[in-house]
Design a protein around this ligand. Sequence first.
Ligand code: ADP
Ligand code: ZN
Length: 305
Amino acid sequence: MATLLGGIEAGGTKFVCAIGHSPNSILLEERFPTDDPESTLRRSLDFFLRAQKKFGPLSSLGIGSFGPIDLDVSSLTYGSVTSTPKLRWAGTQVVQAFTELGVPIAFDTDTNAAALGELYYGKGRGLDTLLYITVGTGVGGGIVVNRKPIHGLGHPEIGHIPIIPRKDDSFQGLCPFHGTCLEGMAAGPAIQARWGVPATDLPPDHQAWDLEAEYIAQGLWSFILTISPQKVILGGGVMHQPQLFPLIRSHLRRLLSGYVDRAEILEDNEDYISFPELGNFAGITGALVMAEQILREPSVGQKES
Ligand code: ADP
Ligand code: ZN
């Protein structure tokens, strides 16, 4: 019987459910706004129950969820969203809501899923190591090394690294934990709070964008020296401002000062730091890749039952 992969991109704003015989050919998809946990997870489960009636039994499920999430398979709260301020989602058991499907379930962050999607089917095709950052309501990131998302104690939270505020920027930052971390200084809401208008209303030549690019480049300065990614993908609402890309590359070159002796960094390489190729499909494609990976390697990202 043909493999039938299921995927969920469980975002803080919207949910995407899909099935497909392979991650890049989706047979059926449904997108809906994230509401309270009970109704949102029920709607997702119903999607797969309906899909199974039409397309046959599901083989596995991959879930890329907004976070923070518990990825520790030895933990009682494995598979749940943990300390999020979002709606009533804190403590919600996400994986558990799908166990009645009776298939292996892979669970990871939405950004790790998006990074996987881009690595397998987007700009990262053929690569091993990729960094995916989203700059939207928050700043989040996924890191894939050796074609697998990285975990350890928990999952990367690269939006919360410290940055150095520019001398002409007195903004205190919006992060409730760290004030002026990358997310606190550069996410969409921080742009709006600093300049008094939504980021979408700022003209492309506004000075906001050079500052924004500098902060994102400061983040990349740390990430590139730590992870050494073969490519960097920058997505999310704020990155729909195309003027940011050359500004980011230029600030990054200045900050690294020639220390990384690679053409990808030293030249204005449009290929090295760029917008996701899969756009709105990066996360759901990655969730389907996770479903495929757990079929091949059942011990990855799955709780022993
Ligand atoms: P989310 O992070 O909630 O999934 P988005 O990635 O769309 O959603 O991020 C929303 C944030 O991005 C908002 O702060 C919004 O002002 C900003 N944003 C959305 N579109 C644009 C745009 N075209 N240019 C600049 N900022 C944008
Ligand atoms: Zn922070």
